[in-house]
Design a binder for this molecule. Sequence first.
Ligand SMILES: [Fe+2]
Ligand SMILES: [Fe+2]
Length: 310
Amino acid sequence: METIEVPQFEESILLQKRRAKADSLAWGLRNECAVFFDALKEGRDVREQKLFELLGQFVTQVQASPEVWLERVFDSVPNQYRRDFLVEHSLNVAIMAVALARDWSVDGKELLLLAAGALLHDVGMMSVGPAILDAPRSLTPEERAQVERHPAVGSAWLERLRLKRDLVEMVRQEHERVDGSGYPDRLKGAAIGRLARLVGLCDTIESVTHVRPHRAARPFVEACHTLIKESPDIFPRAVWMTALRRLTLYPPGSRVRLTTGKLARVVLCNPGHPMRPVVEFIDASEPATERPHLVDLRLNPMMSIREVLA
Ligand SMILES: [Fe+2]
Ligand SMILES: [Fe+2]
């Protein structure tokens, strides 16, 4: 079968360069974020300047090549729970929020605000001990109440640093839901800030698609289907639709098996063609010199995705 391929050499080299650039910034951002979280937890003085400088670079990079950053979020759903998952989770939520920002008409100064709110949304979880965070079981009502205090705790910490009111409010409201089922203030509808609602959706998708000590991770498509079916009123439909149009059925990073039997990783979505992204072969049977080997499934109707690999 003849396959129509994306121009190989330049595209592959460019992809590797973008990945390396993203790796380096993600590393710095993760370290700075961990330092910031620890300082807040311990009540130490901390300057947000460095973190916000990195966030500025992060916003520029994610807007320039969202697919390379989204790969980090969805590349083979991690099956192993990591105790330091909080920083990784926060970065993933920030990546998704910024990658989708333009589709949600968020730009200009609001972008950095959205990125900061997404990165810091769970800082209050630092007040919850490992006995609860790492519990491989459902929480008791008392433990759940303690977890549900994290938006109030986090926003109070940020307020102490005199960070912008909009940012503090976003962190407090991120678990509020338009139907009034959220916490801590049981806000409804338009009482919840727009950016807080967007961060809330990214947070929910990230959480469900990644493993936690008491439950397994779920594939992206399955997670979205269940969330929409079980809680149709929690997030506005238009917000959902925009996210799904951009991420399609197989977001960048998804590992898939093709109808040819080969293993591949999605590197670029084709909006409007949700089942036909650009993929990169990752099959071990491919000679290393041939990899990465990019194929646009939109241009190759005889080849398609058979299954998503967990
Ligand atoms: Fe949270
Ligand atoms: Fe979260």
